[in-house]
Design a protein around this ligand. Structure first.
Ligand SMILES: [Zn+2]
Ligand SMILES: [Zn+2]
Length: 716
């Protein structure tokens, strides 16, 4: 069963009833969540219920070893995450035999987080779980809980491999929400190629937060990073301090008057001086006590404004707010509604504001409310059949219990072929009784369920030897190459050396007055087109490709002005990626009139590529960093002008496929996004991309509009 209803609609009650009945009946229950923090909160909520006979415990990387044996033997309600299930519970299933034998209910909470490659891994882990249960004679019911998703039943079936019943009716009481779409103004600042730059979403959010707090409105501001949470809270406080000390003369750039809910009284002049202290920042990593403290302060109205990353979605229970500010499109309509749903929960009216960032998708959305309202939320995309995901899990499954022919049904239609190649690679051995894992290593080490292949590169501070963090192997070349400026939790470091062999980037603290941008050369070749159909005078394809990407240099830019300070060459090996792509072509006959009209076809295709990458997240649950693109006036494999958009993960993740199936809407929205931006020649809100390996050269805005009009057979 999947329960897909809004925030605070009572989902946890709906899954705790079957889970706790299992326990009361002498069975066991397993609760899965993507984060340890949420598991800890759930555990506390469970303990507060004081159910007789309930022995609940969290079992994750933080659980002390001395407690683990007790939990395995005695706990009847275990809270864990997919990582621990993958590395701990399933490989060590024999030690959990009593738990599996009595397992009646598996709760998969916040399951909309299981998308893309990570979701595909989790889908295979759940299949391994089902197989282990079968071995011990149990067949638990799976209860999934999610924020609203389109077609939740189909998603749940893809995730678990089981037939699913949907619960989608949300009858919880709710007031009305006034929704504002807010586009920050263009400033006099100039960015890449002299493009105009908008006022940052975070700065606008800080002003709005201060204005709302001044009005006595309890407000939550959602921002994208920890750093932004701190800076929004800080600038909102500063704005209020200025006001309190009478230094404030500038009129606020915009006041939003929320509907009048039953809220705290507007700040009187006497309490003006206290207002800055009633705004705080919240981010992941706070202790449970600190979170509880913030919750209490918000509930009591001692705290009027809180700036937060979406860490709040997972861990803090806040309700009864008057307004929610959302700085930047949160990625999906589902998370937009989830964040907006924090406001006005007890049936009161409320205000929500989406503040656009300087990128094509945000721009498009604030100009096209119809893309947000009265639309179903997006489908959650995953591809459990991806051989790069399936292979390691088949090995792990074989190591758990040798695989038999009957098992292949659980792992899906591609498993037969993948098994054959695993045998060919010497990872598995076929015997009459099944397939066996014969290596000494742990099979589970083959699957990197949260990463994207390869061991992560460790970022180490040279002077102290301190490990600052890790960077995915796939992005190390662009983010921690020698000479790169690396920002870690608001502090700036310079990479003195990237040692790929050792998997280490050595950094030193510094305050350079420039930033760095890696430049790369990307080539793409078509391996196979799986599906295709005509699109206007051209063709649309979905298929497999090989992408070869080499970071060749980096550009330094002055911090404030963005002024280029020159290129430095780098000596890094090319990386190849076999993945899935969607691509469209236009024949010479269709584009020659454009070339004759003096259009820069390469710049037009490049601009269309950038904008379409920016827009794909509206149709597939990915963000623009999950996908890449290549465009060319003449591609060797197609013999035509071609624009490719590919999944940035080995084997693909389902995003390009989704683009193929929604191509007409996707490319129409792309053209709309470019057309509705008021800049003249292109800016970050439309055709410039922050991750362009070519320094956003060449780009032709007018050309992109004409090119897409031809492709979509419009009169452009
Ligand atoms: Zn623009
Ligand atoms: Zn580019």
């Amino acid at each position: 069963m999947i329960i897909a209803t809004g925030t605070a609609s009572g989902k946890s009650l709906a899954y705790q009833v079957p889970a706790l009945s299992s326990v009361l009946d002498g069975g066991t229950a397993l609760y899965l969540t993507p984060t340890k923090a949420l598991a800890a909160d759930q555990l506390r909520a469970l303990e507060a219920l004081d159910v007789p006979g309930l022995r609940a415990a969290a079992y994750d990387g933080d659980t002390p070893y001395e407690e683990r044996a007790w939990i395995r033997r005695h706990a009847n309600y275990v809270l864990t995450n997919p990582d621990m299930l993958h590395r701990g519970l399933l490989p060590g299933h024999a030690r959990w035999s009593g738990f599996w034998r009595r397992l009646r209910t598996v709760v998969v909470d916040e399951c909309h987080g299981y998308r893309g490659v990570f979701g595909s891994h989790v889908a295979q882990i759940l299949r391994r779980l089902r197989r282990v249960c079968t071995r011990y004679g149990s067949s638990p019911v799976f209860v999934l809980a999610s924020a609203t998703a389109s077609d939740p039943g189909a998603f749940a079936t893809r995730l678990t491999g089981l037939q699913t019943a949907e619960v989608t009716t949300d009858a919880s009481p709710r007031g009305s929400i006034t929704f504002a779409l807010w586009e920050p103004p263009l400033t006099d600042l100039r960015g890449e190629g002299g493009a105009p730059v908008r006022r940052p979403a975070a700065a606008e959010t800080a002003d709005l937060l201060a204005d709302l707090v001044l009005d006595g409105t309890r407000t939550l501001a959602f921002v994208r990073s920890r750093r932004a949470a701190e800076s929004v809270a800080l600038s909102a406080r500063a704005r209020l301090s200025d006001l309190a000390s009478g230094m404030f003369s500038r009129p606020s750039p915009g006041m939003v008057t929320p509907p009048p809910p039953s809220r705290t009284a507007p700040a009187s002049l006497t309490s003006l001086a206290d207002l800055p202290g009633r705004i705080a920042a919240y981010r992941a990593g706070y202790l449970a006590e600190e979170r509880r403290g913030l919750e209490r302060a918000l509930r009591s109205g001692d705290l009027l404004g809180l700036a937060t990353t979406n860490a709040l979605e997972l861990g803090v229970d806040v309700s009864g707010l008057d307004a929610v500010l959302i700085a930047g499109w949160p990625g999906t309509r589902a998370s937009l509604w989830q964040q907006a749903g924090r406001a006005g929960r007890a049936g009161q009216d409320a205000l929500a504001v989406l503040i656009a960032r300087d990128d094509p998708l945000d721009t498009y959305l604030v100009h096209h409310p119809e893309a947000l309202f009265g639309r179903p939320v997006e489908a959650i995309v995953l591809d459990p059949g991806n051989p790069y995901v399936l292979g390691p899990h088949l090995c792990a499954a074989a190591a758990e219990i040798p695989l038999t022919e009957e098992d292949l049904e659980i792992f899906g239609p591609t498993s037969k072929e993948v098994l054959a190649s695993l045998v060919g690679d010497g990872l598995l051995r076929r015997r009459p009784s099944g397939w066996f894992w014969t290596r000494r290593e742990r099979a589970t080490d083959l699957a990197d369920i949260r990463g994207s292949g390869g061991a992560p590169v460790q970022v180490v501070e040279l002077s102290t030897g301190c490990l600052l963090g890790t960077v995915d192997e796939s992005s190390a070349h662009t983010t921690v190459h020698t000479g790169a400026v690396y920002v870690h939790q608001g502090e700036t470091f310079l990479v003195t050396e990237l040692d790929l062999e050792a998997g280490v980037a050595l950094v030193e603290a510094g305050t350079p007055d420039y930033t760095t941008f890696a430049r790369d050369v990307t080539e793409i070749s078509v391996l196979e087109s799986f599906r295709s159909h005509p699109l206007g005078p051209g063709e649309l394809h979905f298929g497999s490709v090989e992408v070869t990407r080499q970071v060749v240099s980096y550009l330094k830019r002055r911090l404030q002005s963005g002024e280029p300070l020159g290129d430095e060459a780098l000596d890094l090996p090319p990386r190849t990626l076999r993945t899935r792509a969607v691509w469209w072509t236009l024949p010479a006959s269709a584009i020659s009139p454009l070339a004759e009209a003096g259009l820069d076809l390469g710049g037009a295709a490049h601009a269309a590529e950038h904008a379409s990458i920016g827009m794909l997240p509206l149709f597939a649950t990915c963000d623009r960093w999950d996908i890449g693109g290549v465009s060319t006036e003449l591609h060797a494999d197609t013999g035509m002008l071609t624009v490719f958009v590919y999944d940035g993960h080995e084997g693909g993740a389902g995003f390009a496929e989704r683009g193929f199936s929604r191509a007409l809407e996707w490319l129409t929205a792309t053209r709309e996004a470019i057309a509705s931006c008021e800049c003249e020649r292109g800016c970050p809100s439309c055709i410039q991309s922050p991750k362009c390996g070519n320094g956003n050269e060449p780009l032709d805005k007018a050309g992109a509009l004409r090119l897409l009009a031809v492709l979509l057979s419009m009169n452009g």
